[in-house]
Design a binder for this molecule. Structure first.
Ligand SMILES: *Cc1c(COP(=O)(O)O)cnc(C)c1O
Length: 266
């Protein structure tokens, strides 16, 4: 498939965001990048360990960026992050920028900033890294249970997993027009849910200048239907089953309520 996109003038790079843990379709993006001589930066903040056609995300574009913010699939106990690249001069430059632009003590060759990874966070991450793959497998198993358990419930759009990829399910996001009511029902049953994200980027004040807040695009249309169900290495199969039955219960109650309403109306 060839992507047809109107590129803004002076475009130099594409940021591919592997949102929710599912890799972007990198093939067409790479073609596009090649034709227009663009770099690809992969945002892997939600996709540690995800794979596209057998290749780990972060190794496909020129640069891969990872977040180890506590809530991510691999999280430190405070802020942390990393970038990966195969380009040694880029790596060198990134290291310099992160360390006030210096190449040696007191020898600064450019203006940088401080984004050094704290040693304590690095130690915590080294310990957790060993468990990452089994945690990801657990997430994948839970997502399978969700997909199976929620398959026959109407009024829900389930995540679609693309072919030949490893989706690591940082988030398990469903879509429903009854988002607020379903969320309230789950909250009442002590089931915490999230919304990722409640305001589509074009509608954020920060991006008003792009004048796309009313543009007819998927993101703008769906931000009031998204609901993230509980998922994570801490969660058991039984707990996921409980969430599924509560969702099932909600939609049964809802259709009964509508049936009673129609009965009285007639
Ligand atoms: C969390 C996140 C970021 C930001 O990561 P920080 O560590 O807070 O800088 C960027 N992109 C995506 C997709 C994220 O989920």
């Amino acid at each position: 498939m060839m992507l047809r996109i109107k590129l803004p003038p002076r475009t130099t790079a594409i940021i591919a965001v592997h949102l929710y843990g599912q890799p972007c379709d990198m093939g067409p993006l790479k073609d596009l990048a090649q034709i227009h001589d663009l770099k690809i930066i992969e945002d892997c903040a939600q996709a540690h360990g995800a794979e596209y056609h057998g290749q780990r995300v972060g190794t496909i574009g020129e640069i891969g960026t990872f977040s180890f913010y506590p809530g991510k699939n691999l999280g430190a106990y405070g802020d942390a992050g990393a970038i990966v690249t195969n380009d040694s001069s880029l790596a060198q430059r990134a290291k310099m920028i992160a360390n006030h632009g210096r190449v040696a003590k007191y020898d600064h060759i450019m203006e940088g900033r401080n984004s050094r990874l704290d040693g304590l966070q690095a130690a915590i991450l080294s310990v957790k890294l060993k468990h990452l793959d089994s945690w990801l497998e657990h997430r994948i198993q839970l997502s399978k249970a969700y997909l199976k358990g929620l398959k026959n419930i109407g009024d829900i759009v389930l995540p679609v997993i693309n072919k030949d990829i490893r989706h690591v399910f940082h988030l398990f996001v469903i879509r429903t027009k009854y988002r607020e009511a379903l969320r309230a029902h789950l909250t009442a049953k002590n089931i915490e849910t999230g919304i990722h994200y409640p305001i589509a980027l074009p509608k954020l004040e920060a991006y008003h200048y792009m004048k796309q807040a009313d543009a007819k695009m998927m993101a703008n249309r769906l931000d009031n239907e998204l609901l993230s169900l509980p998922i994570g290495e801490h969660l058991s199969r039984e707990q996921v089953q409980e969430v599924i039955s509560e969702i099932d219960q909600f939609f049964k109650l809802k259709s009964e309520t509508i049936a009673i309403y129609n009965f009285h109306k007639n």
